[in-house]
Design a protein around this ligand. Sequence first.
Ligand code: SAJ
Length: 439
Amino acid sequence: MNVQKICFIGLGYIGLPTASTFAMHGLKVLGVDINPHVINTLNKGGIHIHEPGLRDVVTKAIQSGNISFATQPEGADAFIIAVPTPFKKDERGEYQGETYKLADMSAVTSATEAIVPHLRPGNLVILESTSPPLTTLDLVKPILERSRLKAGVDFYLCYSPERVLPGQILQELIENARVVGGVTPESAKAGRDLYATFVKGEIIETDSTTAEMVKIMENTTRDVNIAIANEFSRLAEKFGVDVWEAISLANRHPRINILSPGPGVGGHCISVDPWFFVEAAPELTPLIYHARKVNDGQPHFVVKKVKQALGNLKNKKIAALGLAYKPDVDDLRESPATEVVHLLQQAGAHVKAWEPFKPDADMKGIDIATSFDAAIQDADLILLLVKHTEFKNLIPTEVALKTKARIVVDCVNSWNVASWKNAGFKLHRLGVNKPESKN
Ligand code: SAJ
């Protein structure tokens, strides 16, 4: 099919880069978001998301005259949905006494409903949002068929997951392989032709349910692999082993690639998506369930570590470095670092947090310092929670002049043991059960 105009619904971390990339490749794009603030910002030439290179791509897309923005969809040749699928905040499922999180599909439902009045024979509809298995067939298709058009007969319908890594979205969007799952082979072919506009990686056609499962399998595999690394960090502390050394030695095996332990797993993808499998089949997913529990429990392990370093936490002053969910991004969603801060406060500590990527973050219940220096000045302990390059490059002798703290806890193996020791600090590292200091 020949697509000239796309209506792109959802202008978040995935939607805005993808919609702009289509526009840069010559297609007419209407970018839709229900949030008027997002549309106003874009119409004024701003962007509401921090992602390397994104401002440039959006600006070029606007200058090309191919993209415009609105809060409501309108008729187009193709509709692409990239809205969030978080979990429900206040509701839980239960299986044999254990509770699990539930997918909130309300944004997908309303985005699909908004397309119905505009759907015409020959259109293509693609869902990109990470969704539980069978969403395309059981949720999206019946809503679209309220138009009296039949999916796979009168219009094409696909599921095609985004797989881009925050921090490298623009490059991965073009270079990564893309899976396109159709409700019919013709639908998959139509989806493939559309993505071929800019995707340089391989485009693989399959059915919609396989494509949905592929996406969740990818993120679940990563979650389980991080969980085992986190469990190794606990075991290493028990046996007096340095987990970082042990992992690097194990990874010399040609078929082993252990990931890194840390304060837990955050973000809107890996800490959420595995629950979609658990919700769909709790009786089949004990491993996935427990991996989630291990990763969600890791902030408690960090707090225990800090407590050991300080003796007790009551009224202790702690400088927390990093609140983002991972290195060198400004995204604080589902961040284990913020969870650690909350837990430390609950235990009676006074925490000042510093997040260089969001110095003006307004987080309920978290005291955000005005600068790095202000965060560490009066601290009893400095806690490194995120491996931002900026923190990695700190010079311990200079830090020593700015703080009265002489104890540091590194949860991400970022800091060089010898330099911190030589600058007079007692360094504790996650996954290593003895502090390292000069004396
Ligand atoms: N993390 C660790 N140890 C590691 C690696 C990561 O603790 O060894 C933590 C990070 O600090 C972070 C979390 O895991 O808190 C997730 O970070 P990430 O970099 O692994 O992944 P995301 O969430 O930024 O992006 C993932 C990617 N999926 C996979 O790598 C399988 C990306 O390709 C997906 O497109 C994205 O999820 C998504 O949108 O689903």
